[in-house]
Each structure stands twice: as structure tokens, then as C-alpha cells.
Write a protein that binds this ligand. Structure first.
Ligand code: SF4
Length: 121
């Protein structure tokens, strides 16, 4: 018998080694996250909800700068400090947008700036 001749026994042994190697490799790839790509969650909306009191049309650059300098935001970072419980809040005469004694333009009742002062009762 020649040394190059593949016997049935050696063929089966080689196939079992090959099968075990393939199984191990696929298990390793799957364990490392290399299998099917995971479904990525849909990205959340990139934009925050629009501010219903965000229309600053007609305000001067000075007015806009005052809002920026006071770091006014239409959603307070601290629920206990809101424009509508600030001493400087000007309640709306109609609608939902009020004002502020420090600057012109609409102010969201849920807003805030760095000049917030607790409302005196
Ligand atoms: Fe809102 Fe600031 Fe004006 Fe107070 S001072 S009402 S927190 S913008």
C-alpha cells in the first residue's frame, strides 16, 4: 500500500477533525460577536420638540444676546426652578407663553435662566 493512499479510516478521522474545527471556529466567531450583525435600534429623533414659545421674530440682537447671556432655556434643567415660579415671571395674558422682567420676547413657563429667583408669596 502506498503512503499517499487515503484509507477509509484516515479519511473519516480527517473529516471528524475538520468538522470539529469548523464547529469550534463558528462557536468562537459567534461568541465574539462576529455572527449575524445585531439589529441596531433606530436612532432617536435628533431634534428636541419645538418650543411653543420659541418665536423670537422681531427681537433685536440686544434682546437675543440678553436671553443668551442669561442662558435662558425653554426647558428647565431643574424642575423646582421654572420660569412660572420665578419672581421675575410675567404671567401670560392669553396663551401659554409668558414673559420675563429681564428681557423681551416670549418665555416658556417651563423655562429657566441663571437669574431665577424664588417667587415671593
Ligand atoms: Fe425665567 Fe429667568 Fe426670567 Fe425668571 S428671570 S422668569 S427664570 S427667564
Amino acid at each position: 500500500m502506498s503512503d499517499n493512499k487515503i484509507t477509509r479510516k484516515s479519511f473519516l478521522r480527517n473529516m471528524s477533525v475538520l468538522g470539529a474545527t469548523a464547529f469550534g471556529a463558528s462557536t468562537l466567531i459567534t461568541a465574539c460577536g462576529g455572527g449575524e450583525p445585531e439589529t441596531q435600534p433606530a436612532p432617536e429623533a435628533a431634534t428636541a420638540p419645538a418650543d411653543p414659545c420659541g418665536d423670537t421674530t422681531g427681537l433685536s440682537e440686544s434682546d437675543l444676546n440678553m436671553r443668551r447671556n442669561l442662558q435662558y432655556v425653554h426647558e428647565t434643567p431643574n424642575p423646582e426652578q421654572r420660569c412660572d415660579n420665578c419672581q421675575l415671571w410675567i404671567a401670560p395674558e392669553n396663551g401659554e407663553c409668558g414673559g420675563c422682567s429681564l428681557f423681551r420676547g416670549p418665555v416658556n413657563p417651563n423655562g429657566w435662566c441663571n437669574s431665577w429667583v424664588a417667587m415671593q408669596s
